[in-house]
Design a protein around this ligand. Structure first.
Ligand SMILES: [Zn+2]
Length: 351
């Protein structure tokens, strides 16, 4: 996913989506019986729930992180929240017919205006290092986002504990935490790892958006936003490439198309592994079943689809455990074949 300057969603459609998340919120849940006397504070949706903002009282659920072991590596999916994604036919399936989009919505029990983009980051703690993969939105997508730091605190960590921050790519829902919330300075001891291809694309004199379906103004906003983020980390930045080690047992994996230098991250320990595929999938109900559906945020939508199908084929064959920036929380699971496409098979939550 993408945002432009100031971390605000970089095109008209997604901006409306983000604003919708601020204005509309989600019906409060989990407070039945909390207060029956009208007019009291306790009767307000979300009253008393930690992290529930008044403008979006139902958006924050009780769980903000999910922990699992990958061999000896401790991994946490840390949620940054979620936001309204707007009309999927303009974001998630720009080359699909309206009937196909309606079918995908029906299959997932989703309303056309109720599709939300989830934002997950991944924290990996090994005996060698604490590595954070992506920094969330920094709150730029409305009050139901920007929760990464508070959910990190629930693990007992602060940005100052992080040794390395991997930026999977330079879109605002991934770099936002470098500009607001913790900010780059808040990661006081971290090195910042960025794909060299990604860095060179955004830093170049004229990033090539010839294949993008986004309007020019949105492209310009994205370029400016990426440069603000790269400016913020330029003094502590290391450029990496496909297969490079981030920390012992943690390696980068090139997954281009979405952006030219878009990275996944592989965590391996013993004979176990986890692949964080970042924006390979923007929404499990769309990109998994139909990898060829083009995503508006992809710099090269056709290449994004090609990489998506190839990677999903590999994941379905390997049976690898995956996580991703926009998979449904807790965003751990596997890829299974489903007809001509695939589906996300989530792991069962365990306590
Ligand atoms: Zn994204």
């Amino acid at each position: 996913m993408a945002t432009g300057m100031n971390g605000v969603a970089g095109d008209g459609v997604s901006r409306r989506g983000a604003l919708g998340a601020i204005g509309l919120g989600v019906a409060g849940v989990g407070v039945i019986g909390a207060g029956r006397v009208s007019g009291t504070k306790r009767s307000q949706p979300g009253a008393g729930i930690e992290g529930a903002g008044a403008s979006d009282p139902g958006a924050m659920q009780g769980a903000g992180f999910y922990r699992a072991m990958v061999g000896e590596a401790e991994v946490f999916v840390v949620s940054d929240g979620s936001f309204s994604l707007g009309d999927p036919s303009q974001i998630l399936a720009v080359n699909a017919t309206q009937d196909e989009v309606e079918g995908a919505l029906r299959d997932a029990f989703l309303e056309r205006d109720g599709v939300r983009g989830q934002v997950n980051t991944l924290l990996v703690r090994t005996r060698d290092a604490v590595v954070l993969v992506d920094t969330g939105t920094g709150g730029a997508f409305g009050a139901s986002t920007g929760k990464m730091t508070q959910n990190l605190a629930r693990i007992g960590l602060t940005p100052a504990d992080v040794d390395a921050v991997v930026l999977t790519h330079a879109h605002g829902d991934h770099y936002g935490g470098l500009l607001a919330g913790p900010t780059a300075a808040g990661f006081s001891k971290a090195r910042f790892l960025v794909s060299r291809v990604e860095h060179d694309f955004w830093r170049g004199p004229a990033p090539d958006f010839a294949r993008s379906v986004l309007p020019k103004a949105s492209q310009d906003q994205m370029i400016q936003g990426a440069n603000r983020a790269l400016d913020a980390i330029k003094d502590r930045m290391d450029l990496i490439g496909d297969g490079d080690q981030i920390a012992p047992g943690i390696h980068a994996m090139m997954l281009g198309g979405h952006t030219p230098g878009h990275l996944g991250v592989r965590v391996g320990s013993g004979n176990q592994e986890l692949l964080f595929v970042s924006d390979l999938i923007h929404h499990a109900a769309f990109g998994m079943k139909n990898p060829e559906w083009h995503v508006a945020f992809d710099v090269d939508p056709a290449e994004g689809s090609r990489v998506r199908r190839a990677m999903l084929e590999r994941l379905a064959s390997d049976g690898a455990l995956i996580s991703g920036a926009h998979l449904p929380f807790p965003a751990f699971g596997h890829v299974a074949r489903d007809g001509k496409g695939f589906r996300f098979a989530p792991v069962y939550w365990s306590w």
